[in-house]
Design a protein around this ligand. Structure first.
Ligand code: KE4
Length: 431
């Protein structure tokens, strides 16, 4: 990688006007050290930083860029829509089309409410569950992340794990006390939460594939057991598909795993890279939302035409034959290559993958939950991350995030990345 003086200058400037120089903590590279690269542009599988360095990118905007960056058909659609107006504070045909498309792909989504972020989707889902059941408590899983709304910032994953601040300041203890934390892939821990709060749990919220402690797949039967337990205790099941929605299949991953959520959160891909979120589910729950029902929820830019148009175009492209077969093949190629690199370098660790989502953990032989993820060698991961940057490969700046493979990543891009990872592992091992 060539010099990064422009990024360094921008970082210095940014710190004077933006907290931590970033608008989302994980971008600050706190988990790996050093000053973050500032991105100037991106196209396909590549990012170009402020100094003109090109990287093969596996952050992919943390999920939305499943087609690759700046897909020409999506860019054209956004440009066309921009010429027709950016937003109106009024309903549009486009929102109906996107809601219909989501409803046709997600079985439980009889109704869809669009919002502008995954956080808003989580907030709304919790409020709906509490209204529908008349109960206050929530069960979430250690290491799962559902956005930064107060009730969900307890033992949170993603930036919460990266910065080792799983519980945020500013969340009143009285509110945090309503959120119980179970262990992912441990059904007994869920039962214990219900037993500790009989008749008070409104919902269990879960990522069908955990991707915010690094990627952790659900063990066989875990999700159906969570659903059965929730329903046995009169609680709703909220599946947070902000990452997995339309990533692993054309629809909700949970429904492919034999689970029928009561409420589904969506985001990222359904906006094609533009600001979006959604909460979907049966009319008996969603129609509780204002203006039809008593649960208030609103948003100036909810369903805005630019995000909706980008989402519609993205989903239409994802419906083309061979899409998920290609994503699976690319993911499998990367998994095999990284696993070989670990073995060839005698580097302890493991690779967890589902479809085009994967994480290489440095250290643990297996990672099935947040505790085991925390056993990773984050200092070695930091060295590995920088060694990859030096080889023009951009992965998430945290051991506790997922790598995202897109339809734009060629086999050559993946093979180059594997070769770079092999060398980076050797360099990281030298300390
Ligand atoms: P947003 O509010 O950031 O749009 O979505 C929150 C959210 C909800 N649910 C899941 C499963 C998520 O992964 C997220 C956000 N993901 C993180 C990355 N792990 C976004 C990156 C960031 O925070 O900058």
């Amino acid at each position: 990688m060539a010099a990064n003086t422009k990024s360094t200058d921008l970082f210095t400037r940014a710190q004077k006007v933006i907290p931590g120089a970033v608008n989302s903590p994980v971008r600050a590279w706190k988990g790996v050290g050093g000053a973050p690269l500032f991105v100037e542009s991106a196209r396909g599988p590549y990012l170009f930083d402020a100094d003109g360095n090109r990287f093969i990118d596996f952050v992919a905007s943390y999920g939305p860029a499943i087609l690759g960056h700046a897909h020409p058909e999506v860019a054209k659609a956004i440009a066309e829509q921009a010429n027709s107006g950016f937003g109106f504070g009024a309903p549009t045909r486009l929102e109906v089309e996107l809601a219909e498309l989501i409803s046709s792909a997600v079985r439980c989504a009889e109704r869809v409410r669009l919002v502008s972020s995954g956080t808003e989707a989580g907030m709304t889902a919790l409020r709906l569950a509490r209204a529908a059941t008349g109960r206050p408590a929530i069960i979430k899983f250690d290491g799962c992340y559902h956005g930064h709304s107060d009730s969900l910032l307890v033992r949170a994953g993603s930036g919460g794990m990266t910065l080792a601040v799983p519980d945020s300041a500013g969340v009143p203890a009285e509110l945090a006390a309503l959120t119980m934390v179970a262990t992912y892939n441990d059904i007994e821990s869920v039962e214990d939460c219900f037993k500790a709060n009989p008749g008070r749990v409104a919902a269990v919220i879960v990522e069908p594939v955990a991707a915010n402690m690094g990627v952790v797949p659900p063990s066989q039967g875990f999700l159906p057991a969570v659903a059965d337990l929730a329903h046995h205790h009169g609680a709703l099941l909220i599946c947070d598909e902000v990452i997995t929605g339309f990533r692993l299949n054309f629809g909700a991953a949970s429904e492919r795993m034999g689970v029928q959520p009561d409420l589904v959160m969506l985001g990222k891909i359904i906006g094609g890279g533009m600001p979006v979120g959604a909460v979907a589910g049966p009319a008996r729950y969603l129609d509780l939302l204002a203006p039809k029902g008593p649960v208030y929820q609103a948003g100036t830019l909810s369903g805005n035409p630019l995000s909706v148009r980008a989402g519609l175009e993205t989903l239409k492209i994802l419906q083309r034959p061979g899409t998920y077969e290609r994503l699976e093949a690319a993911g499998a190629r990367m998994e095999a290559g990284l696993s070989s690199a670990l073995a060839n370098c005698d580097a302890p660790g493991c690779v967890n993958r589902v479809g085009s989502l994967l994480t290489m953990f440095l250290g643990p032989a297996q990672v099935r939950n947040a505790e085991e993820a925390r056993g990773s060698d984050t200092a070695k991961f930091a060295r590995f991350f920088h060694a990859l940057i030096d080889r023009n490969i951009n992965v998430p700046p945290s051991q506790f995030e997922a790598m995202f493979i897109s339809l734009a990543h060629s086999d050559d891009d993946i093979d180059l990345t594997i070769a770079a990872a092999h060398d980076a592992l050797k360099q990281a091992a030298r300390g």
